[in-house]
Design a protein around this ligand. Structure first.
Ligand code: UDX
Length: 483
């Protein structure tokens, strides 16, 4: 049988690169040749953060790069998501095609011919290349299945006249509380619970139209791999599989990072494969700092890799955390705050010195796994949410945009593993909700619930568990998959 060669193409942001890299490592461990394609921009960031050693070589696992089509930018800056989406959609097909031609023309040096595209759903550019090569086009959906169902309603929202908005007042909560009652397995939801990219007055909005394009690309896919677990999303996984014209198989194999941990312990990895996907350098010292605190006593605050806060929001979070009197670790990426006044009030730093640690980027999974962490104030990115559940840490949910509002709704109302915060940040609310989580009755309830889900998630990735079995089937199917 010919060795499979998968071209792995993530959407170029942290929350998408990480699960794709984990999947690539898993496939490599099962004999797949892997070419992992980063953008030039991220390639340099990975080298700078020491996540990638450009000199390391490894049989059967190669890193390649293509331009993202955007003007050169300072390496620590957050790229605008709509601009990035527009640019990769428009500009990445040609360099990707050239890359594949080079790999296939290198007579062995590039490995066996590329015969499988494994791409992020957002990387529509990969579909064109898979079509040209007549190879299977497989999508890794890095977000939740509820989110997938939500994204795929956008055309219906347009058809029913919910979007584009006719005036700016519709961005406010009143309108966003409009019930949405036609989506299978998503009862009792409102417009505000759907991924935010439909919120526009512009019929030509990049994100609205890209989401519709992604939904259209679905029926042609050879397979969908979802970074989720059946135990969390059973009904919606089933509903999604039967709701669209998609005829191919879908595989719920998450949390992929846990599957990787159990199948490929770090100690067994070659240095290239060890490379992580951090676009920022990890500050490991925070783990020692956490050792000094009692179990479940510290609040961990992190808004992921692309959230940008206003100086006002930072100030309100800061004073809320200062006033709640619990110790906390707060990750403030160098590009977290918009504008120039990215400084925390000096009196806040003075007042919380003994019980706070501010860091630029931390090893999040290890932090969440540390016994002293009692709660996670999160923007509800899907990776963060899975990591929190797998560590049994309850969440304080402050969704920023995109799929995060859907994740927040599910965490707080469906799975009951989180407490929701208002979108307008107010110090007294921050203080109140932290206290409720750490000291109150509601906190106790969500802690118990997240503990139960942690156990289910662990079972899912162990031998015979839902994600484990799904992954075994995926590997077998991919080996023989034809277009
Ligand atoms: C984005 C979207 O916002 C998210 O909703 C979507 O599901 C994926 O793409 P991001 O905002 O970065 O991702 O959030 P998240 O999905 O939580 O991913 C962040 C990743 O970076 C996590 O795996 C987290 O562990 C890691 N991280 C973050 C660190 O390792 N250290 C940090 O200090 C911060």
């Amino acid at each position: 049988m010919r060795k499979p060669h998968a071209l792995c193409l993530p959407f170029p942001t942290q929350g998408h690169i990480t699960p794709m890299l984990h999947l690539a490592k898993l496939l490599h461990s099962r004999g797949f040749h892997i070419t992992f394609v980063n953008t030039e921009f991220n390639h340099h960031r990975l080298i700078k953060s020491a996540a990638l050693d450009p000199t390391a070589q490894m049989d059967g696992f190669m890193f390649e790069r293509i331009p993202d089509g955007l003007p050169a930018q300072e390496i620590n800056a957050t790229q605008s998501i709509p601009e990035l989406c527009a640019s990769v959609t428009k500009n990445c097909s040609a360099p990707l095609r050239q890359l594949v031609m080079r790999l296939n023309g290198e007579r062995g040096a590039g490995g066996p011919p590329v015969n499988l595209m494994v791409r992020d759903a957002v990387m529509i550019c990969g579909q064109k290349v898979a079509d040209d090569l007549n190879i299977p086009d497989v999508v890794l959906w890095t977000m939740s299945t509820y989110t997938m169902m939500g994204f795929f309603q956008f055309e219906e929202l347009v058809r029913r006249g919910y979007t584009p908005f006719t005036d700016a007042t519709q961005f406010s909560n009143g309108y966003l509380n409009t019930p949405v009652d036609w989506i299978p397995s998503m009862p009792d939801i409102c417009l505000k619970d759907l991924p935010t990219f439909f919120r526009t007055t512009d019929p030509n909005d990049i994100m609205l139209n890209l989401c519709i394009q992604i939904a259209h690309s679905l029926p042609k896919l050879s397979a969908i791999i979802i970074n989720t677990l059946d135990e969390l999303e059973h009904e919606i996984i089933h509903a999604t599989a039967t709701s669209f014209n998609f005829k191919g198989p879908s595989y719920a194999v998450g949390p992929i990072y846990q599957l990787l941990q159990i199948q490929l312990p770090q100690s067994q990895l070659h240095s290239t494969i060890k490379s992580n996907s951090n676009l920022w350098e990890e500050e490991m010292g925070c783990l020692d700092w956490l050792d000094r605190f009692d179990p479940a006593s510290v609040v961990y605050v992190n808004f992921g890799s692309i959230t940008v806060l206003t100086p006002e929001q930072v100030k309100e979070f800061a004073w809320g955390l200062a006033n709640c009197n619990h110790p906390f670790v707060w990750v403030i990426r160098p590009d977290l705050v918009s504008g120039e006044s990215a400084v925390l009030p000096p009196s806040f730093v003075d007042q919380t010195r003994e019980r706070s640690l501010l860091a630029g980027w931390v090893p999040q999974k290890q932090v969440l796994g540390h016994p002293s962490i009692g709660a996670f104030l999160t923007h509800c990115g899907w990776n963060s949410m899975l990591e929190s559940i797998c560590s049994g840490v309850p969440m304080l949910c402050w969704p920023f945009f995109a799929d995060q509002v859907t994740n927040c709704r599910n965490a707080c109302q469906l799975w009951r593993v989180g407490l929701e915060m208002e979108s307008k940040v107010r110090r007294d609310e921050v203080e109140g909700v932290v206290r409720e989580m750490m000291e109150g009755e509601k906190g106790k309830q969500v802690k118990q619930k997240v503990g139960e889900l942690k156990v289910s998630a662990r079972k899912a990735i162990e031998m015979g568990g839902s994600s484990h079995s799904s992954f075994e089937k995926l590997v077998n199917d991919l080996r023989v998959m034809k277009r």
